[in-house]
Ligand binder design. Structure first.
Ligand code: NAD
Length: 492
């Protein structure tokens, strides 16, 4: 097992196996997977991978738990979810360490993921005994016409590797609050925090099977999607995978909600506070999670008159941060998740340079020296990028940003919207009227003005266009996990 920066190894912190009901299951039909720690390139742990047999067992266990869960009073369900939020909070140090093991996110940012999960669980716990239906008048004025919201039953939640605890907060929490049981399928690339979260669910006294945790790759995911016992799939990941999942789910007409990728525009107007804009653009761009975030502002649009000044300030921020071992508390940028990801990102950089999609002004290489065995890529900046080039079109999911020039507001909006994606958009301006006007015109599920993407439980988060159909957060996030029933009682 990998030596880590003064931290315990994975299985000092966690039972091994898949979590089904209250059992930690090994000898899985899906086999095992050698998890690699991205910062060292070495084996971190051998994990169980769920196959068809384990998925089937988990779905059955979830249905049993669902029956028990909805038989509880709302107050009891509410209090158990508050207990769960408390347990996540109390376990923040361990969960944060496991999150670093998971995908190499720097420890400096890791606790933020856990805090986000806790906030969402607490927020949705508060809904359990307050989310009520309604009644409306109908043509026969004496009839009773009720509109009720019911859980789906058992939902399959499929998570990407880049934020397993974020998915716990955004999706598992509202699913449970709505009365569902969950089969959670984290990626085999980042299984650890989800397994510990499942253990915490048992420790606080949720019915065994209410949250089952089955890491796997595409095969386990596909088995979950096609299982007839799954009432709804909630998928977070890439668009190509979403197409396969929707096609697979069509066999049973299982509903699917999707939260997908982005190629978000970050528009810097000449009247912005340039120092603040440069800092925000760097952290929301190539630095935060090494650009491996759905919210990455990977297309930075800068107004002509401040183009050069902005680039100078932006580069100063990008080049000032420490890159390295994620357990080092002073490190800001960690590795990318895998050798495959590193190869893909370096190939994108190479192609963008040779085919002159823009001018490479910083980064572009894999780091050597002490970091040579890990998957570290320099924060990489291209300027004067053509918005129609693949560099500006395709989600790179790495520490790579494109800077583009615009002259006026209309042109900025045109470039920002000229993409198949529509997840986030960022506006840097001190003109409040402009901020409102531009925000209304941007085709994105979230628009952030003079701030980073601070996903909060009160706000629905999700995409326009090919960035997905689902919403997480707010009442909209709860509604994703409820189906609507109308009951009409004749009174004639
Ligand atoms: P991915 O699409 O490769 O995988 C996502 C999950 O789907 C994994 O658990 C994977 O094992 C599973 N999977 C793969 N093939 C499957 C199949 N055929 N059937 C069922 N499941 C299958 O994505 P990734 O590389 O893990 O994550 C990165 C992507 O996720 C990026 O595009 C990123 O933008 C997106 N993302 C979106 C949000 C959001 O809220 N919109 C949040 C985080 C990540």
């Amino acid at each position: 097992m990998t030596a880590t920066y003064g931290a315990a190894t994975v299985f000092d912190e966690l039972p091994s196996g898949l979590l089904i009901g209250s059992d930690w299951v090994s000898g899985s039909s899906g086999g095992s997977y050698e998890h690699v720690y991205p910062a060292s390139g070495r084996r971190n742990a051998t994990i169980e991978i769920a196959g068809e047999v384990e998925i089937d067992r988990a779905v059955k266990s979830a249905w049993e738990a669902h029956g028990e869960w909805i038989a509880y009073t709302p107050e009891r369900r509410r209090d158990l979810l508050f207990d769960l939020a408390d347990a996540v909070k109390a376990d923040v140090d361990r969960l944060a360490r496991l999150n670093v093991h998971d995908f190499g996110v720097p420890i400096m940012m890791s606790a933020g993921h856990i805090g986000l999960a806790e906030k969402f669980i607490r927020y949705y716990a508060g809904y359990v005994d307050k989310a009520h239906g309604s009644s409306t008048p109908v043509s026969n004025k004496f009839d009773v016409n009720l509109i009720e919201r019911e859980p789906y039953g058992v939902v399959g939640i499929i998570a990407p590797w880049n934020g397993p605890m974020v998915v716990v907060g955004l999706n598992v929490a509202p699913a449970l609050a709505a009365g569902n049981a969950v089969v959670l399928k984290p990626s085999e690339l980042s299984p650890f925090t989800s397994l510990r979260f499942g253990e915490l669910c048992l420790e606080v006294g949720l019915p065994p099977g209410l949250v089952n945790v089955l890491p796997s790759g595409p095969e386990g995911g596909a088995a979950l999607v096609r299982h007839r016992g799954i009432s709804k799939i909630h998928f977070t990941g890439g668009g190509d995978t979403a197409k396969k999942i929707i096609a697979e789910a069509a066999a049973n007409l299982t509903p699917v909600a999707t939260e997908l990728g982005g190629k978000s525009a970050n528009i810097v107007f000449a009247d912005a506070d340039l120092d603040a804009a440069a800092k925000l653009s760097a952290f929301q761009g190539p630095l935060g999670q090494a650009g491996q975030s759905c919210a990455c502002g990977s297309r930075i649009l800068v107004q002509d008159s401040v183009y050069d000044a902005f680039i100078e300030k932006f580069l100063a921020v990008v080049q000032s941060v420490k890159i390295g071992e994620p357990f080092d508390p002073s490190v800001v940028v960690g590795p990318v998740v895998s050798q495959v990801a590193a190869d893909r990102i370096l190939e994108t950089i190479d192609r963008a340079s040779t085919e002159e999609m823009g001018e490479l002004i910083a980064g572009g290489k894999r780091l050597g020296g002490d970091l040579a065995d890990g998957f570290f890529i320099e924060p990489t900046v291209f300027t004067d990028v053509d918005n129609h080039s693949p560099l500006a079109r395709i989600e790179t999911f790495g520490p790579v940003v494109s800077i583009m020039r615009f002259t006026d507001e209309a042109q900025a909006v045109g470039i920002a919207n000229d993409t198949v994606f529509g997840l986030n958009a960022y506006i840097q301006t001190n003109d409040l009227t402009r901020a409102h006007r531009v925000a209304r015109q941007l085709e994105a599920g979230s628009v952030w003005v003079n701030r980073n993407s601070d996903i909060s439980p009160q706000s629905p988060y999700g995409g326009y266009k090919q960035s997905g159909t689902g919403r997480a957060g707010g009442l909209e996030g709860l509604h994703e996990f409820q189906q609507v029933k109308n009951i009409r009682i004749g009174m004639s």
